[in-house]
Design a protein around this ligand. Structure first.
Ligand SMILES: [Zn+2]
Length: 421
């Protein structure tokens, strides 16, 4: 079972800062601006100064992009491609609009004047013909000779976002997004992948849309993060193009939010092997219970067991009205020495926090239907994406998605009651 608690977490900012600084010293000179998705790629583990910066921040007002297609080997019509790119840009603009923006102030950087938070995806995006003046070039099935240094083996690469240039004064990048053709000599390959014209599957291009969104995420400074089903996971393009999954995902362009948190909580988890003893004891259910469900209405969660017509309520969780949030910057901005955008900068701290995700920490009390005892618990709910893509997966495997649930049992705090499922 995929669990949100297994997702990869970056260390908190001060720790991240130390990490970045130490890695920078270690690997200085090993330049890798690649964010390549594909089996056999290096995974992009190098953390190097401005390499992880967004291609643009708020001082860039207009971004020009162009689209080129190898129509012989890339099976999707140009009008649809234009629409998918446009929708991908809109997806991130809407999402970043909802992100939490950590303020930059004197307490963070003592030598720096207060400045508005780092923002991305704020630009106007303008489509132009490809004439080398573009900031982003979408290359559907096209890889130029001089670009092959970025992509060792095209057969192993579904897509890549490559920043070819970065102006360290204006904090502005330029590059291309490559999407593998679905036929011909450059086509990606892989045993479990849908190699049979995946880009035009389902008419609307839902699989292609997801890959475009992933690559655009890199343009906006997002790094790989999370399990395979999450938009920015390293294996997301492979996840999308999995033989079994691609035909399902291709049908829809609807994507869960990356920053958005809608607070919905309603789900059922069914497992043939039942539940672990701590979980069963906490909720007062039998270990061999097959299905467990939760559903939120106002500030109360109803807990049920059973499925179909035999669903039975076992208790309620009363939620404390105000959730707390844990925030985590998912975009960071390294300030090169010669940058001209930020007026005064500390001489030692050069990494600013950018847009952040919020995880809700909701306290509650569980009261069993047939019991007088009350048990304190904590629901940890990350933004929609972390859960929702796992729901997509349930279309293939009956895997459900959950917030993690911690609780107090026999005086002991258990951080994750479902641990070991
Ligand atoms: Zn990627």
């Amino acid at each position: 079972m995929k669990r949100c608690s297994q997702r990869q977490k970056l260390p908190a900012l001060p720790a991240l800062l130390a990490l970045v600084v130490s890695i920078t010293i270690l690997v200085l000179g090993m330049i890798s601006e690649l964010a390549v998705a594909g089996a056999g790629s290096s995974g992009g583990g190098d953390v190097l100064r401005d390499d992880f910066n967004p291609w643009f921040i708020q001082n860039t007002k207009v971004v020009r992009y162009c689209i080129e297609v190898d129509a012989a080997h890339f099976h999707q019509d140009p009008a649809t491609l234009h629409k998918l790119v446009e929708d991908g840009i809109q997806y991130w603009k809407a999402e970043f609009n909802q992100a939490y923006l950590p303020p930059i102030n004197g307490s963070y950087l003592p030598d720096m004047v207060s400045f508005e938070p780092v923002r991305v995806a704020t630009q106007t995006f303008q489509i132009i013909d490809c004439d080398s003046s573009e900031d982003i070039r979408f290359q559907f099935g096209i890889l130029r000779k001089n670009q092959k240094i970025f992509i060792d083996d095209p057969h192993k690469v579904i897509a890549a976002a490559v920043r070819e240039q970065y102006d360290t004064q204006s904090l502005r990048g330029r590059g291309f997004i490559y999407i593998s053709p679905d036929s011909g000599p450059l086509q990606f390959q892989g045993d479990d992948l849908q190699t049979d014209f995946p880009w035009s599957l389902g008419g609307s291009g839902g699989a292609l849309f997801r890959v475009i969104v992933h690559e655009l995420g890199h343009v906006f400074g997002l790094q790989h993060r999370g399990d395979a089903g999450q938009i920015m996971a390293a294996g997301y393009p492979e996840f999308v193009l999995n033989k079994l999954r691609a035909p399902i995902l291709a049908k829809t362009k609807s994507l869960p939010g990356y920053f958005a948190f809608n607070g919905e909580l309603s789900d059922q988890l069914c497992q043939a092997k039942g539940f672990n003893s701590k979980f069963a004891e906490f909720f007062g259910i039998a270990e061999e219970t097959k299905c467990f469900g939760i559903s939120l209405a106002k500030d109360q969660v109803t807990v049920t067991i059973g499925s179909g017509s035999s669903v039975r309520e076992v208790g309620k969780i009363n939620l404390k009205p105000m959730p707390n949030y844990k925030t985590e910057s998912v975009v960071t901005l390294y300030l090169p020495e010669d940058q001209r955008i930020f007026k005064v900068v500390s001489t030692y701290a050069r990494i600013l926090p950018g847009p952040a995700r919020k995880t809700a920490l909701i306290k509650g009390v569980f009261k069993g239907r047939n019991s007088t005892s009350e048990r304190n618990l904590l629901l940890v709910m990350p933004p929609d994406n972390i859960r929702s893509d796992e729901i997509i997966e349930s279309a293939i495997n009956p895997i459900s998605s959950w917030p993690s649930i911690g609780g107090v049992l026999d005086g002991e705090m258990i951080l994750d009651l479902m641990e070991g499922f």
